[in-house]
Ligand binder design. Structure first.
Ligand code: SAM
Ligand code: SF4
Length: 324
C-alpha cells in the first residue's frame, strides 16, 4: 500500500502521455507552443507501462491517462490495451478535450478503456471557440456522442471563467442531465501559464448561478474517493464542484502524477518533482518504486490556492504538463 507522509493512502495514478495539445485553452496554455519537449525526451509507452505495472503491484487501483491532449499521441489504444491486459479490473480512464474522439472512441473502448472525462466549457460555439482559441464545439459534441455510443461511462468537466462561460453553466448542466452524464464544475486554479487576468468562479458563485434555475439543490455527503463535492437537484440529478481553494480539499488526496517525461509530481500546485526516467529506461524498477515512495514521503500537506482573496497564490506548474 502506498501511503504519504500525512497518512493518506494513494491508489490513483494519473499518467500524462504528452504535453502537446490541439487546443489553446485560456485557463491552461493560451500562448503555447513556443517549444515543446522533444519527442526523444518522452518516455516510450513500454517505459511508462513498466512503471504503471510496478505501481499497480504497489496498490494503485485507478489509472487515468491525460495530457496535454492524450489522443494526439499515436498508439494510445495499444497503450491502454497493455494496461488492461495486465490487470483488467483496475479503473482505467482517460481525460480528453474530445476533439479526436469521433474516430477514437470505439477503439479506446475495445482496448479496455472504461471511463472517459471530456472537457466541455460551453454549448455556445462562439464561447467554446473563445476559450479553446479554435472552432471546436461541433466536433467535441460528436466526440461525446461517439463515446456514449461506444458504451464508455462519461463525465463532463467544465471550468467556469468570469465574463466568458459563466452564463452557460446552467445550459451545460441541463445538457448533461438530459444525456445522463455526470458533470463537474472545476474551480479555475490560478497558474502563471493561464491567460493574464483570467478569473474563475468559486464554488459559491457557481452554486448561485445553478440556483437561478434550480434553487432547491442540497449537498450530498462527501465521498472521499472523489475530488468533487456533489449536490443533488430535486429530481435526483447530481452535479459536482471541484473546490481546490477550500482549506480541507487536500485532506483526502489519493493521487500521484507521472508526466510524459517521467517526472513524478506529488502535488498539482508545486514545482517539486523527481524523475523515474533513468530507472525505467535501465529496467531498474526497484529504483523507480523507491523514487515513488520518496516522492510520497515528501508530498506537501496541501496546495496554496486559497479562498482568502489576499492569500490566493499563483502556481507556476503548467496543467498541460501535469495533466490536471
Ligand atoms: N486536454 C485534456 C482536457 O482538456 O480534458 C486533458 C488535459 S487537461 C490539462 C485536464 C483537465 O484540466 C481538463 O478538465 C481541464 O479543463 C482542466 N484544467 C486545465 N487548466 C485548468 C486550470 N487552470 N484550472 C482548473 N482546471 C484546469
Ligand atoms: Fe489542451 Fe486540455 Fe489544456 Fe485545453 S485544458 S489547452 S484541451 S491540455
Amino acid at each position: 500500500m502506498l501511503i504519504d507522509g500525512f497518512g493518506r493512502k494513494h491508489d490513483y495514478l494519473r499518467v500524462s502521455v504528452t504535453e502537446r495539445c490541439n487546443f489553446r485553452c485560456q485557463y491552461c496554455m493560451p500562448e503555447k507552443p513556443f517549444s515543446w519537449v522533444p519527442k526523444e525526451n518522452l518516455l516510450s509507452y513500454e517505459d511508462l507501462f513498466k512503471f504503471i505495472k510496478a505501481s499497480i503491484d504497489e496498490g494503485i487501483k485507478k489509472v487515468r491517462i491525460t495530457g496535454g491532449e492524450p489522443l494526439l499521441r499515436e498508439g494510445l489504444e495499444q497503450f491502454i490495451k497493455m494496461i488492461y491486459d495486465y490487470k483488467n479490473d483496475i479503473d482505467l480512464a482517460l481525460t480528453t478535450n474530445g476533439f479526436l474522439l469521433p474516430n477514437a472512441a470505439q477503439k479506446l473502448k475495445d482496448a479496455g478503456l472504461k471511463r472517459i472525462n471530456i472537457s466541455l466549457d460551453s454549448l455556445n460555439a462562439a464561447t467554446a471557440a473563445k476559450i479553446a482559441q479554435k472552432d471546436v464545439l461541433e466536433t467535441v459534441l460528436e466526440g461525446i456522442q461517439a463515446a456514449a455510443d461506444a458504451g464508455l461511462k462519461i463525465k463532463i468537466n467544465c471550468v467556469p471563467i468570469k465574463g466568458i462561460n459563466d452564463v452557460d453553466l446552467v445550459e451545460v448542466l441541463d445538457f448533461c442531465k438530459s444525456k445522463g452524464y455526470v458533470v463537474r464544475f472545476i474551480e479555475f486554479m490560478e497558474n502563471n501559464h493561464a491567460k493574464d487576468g483570467a478569473k474563475g468562479l468559486n464554488s459559491d458563485e457557481i452554486k448561485a448561478i445553478i440556483a437561478t434555475k434550480y434553487p432547491n439543490f442540497k449537498m450530498v455527503p462527501r465521498d472521499n474517493s472523489s475530488p468533487a463535492q456533489y449536490y443533488e437537484l430535486e429530481d435526483g440529478f447530481q452535479f459536482g464542484i471541484i473546490e481546490p481553494h477550500k482549506d480541507d480539499f487536500c485532506a483526502a488526496c489519493n493521487r500521484i502524477r507521472l508526466t510524459a517525461e517521467g517526472f513524478l509530481i506529488p502535488c498539482l500546485y508545486f514545482e517539486d518533482a523527481m524523475s523515474i526516467k533513468d530507472a525505467v529506461r535501465s529496467n531498474n524498477i526497484d529504483e523507480a518504486v523507491a523514487i515513488l515512495k520518496k516522492v510520497l514521503a515528501g508530498k506537501p500537506e496541501k496546495n496554496k490556492w486559497s479562498n482568502k482573496k489576499d492569500d490566493n497564490e499563483i502556481s507556476t506548474r503548467a496543467f498541460y504538463q501535469t495533466g490536471g
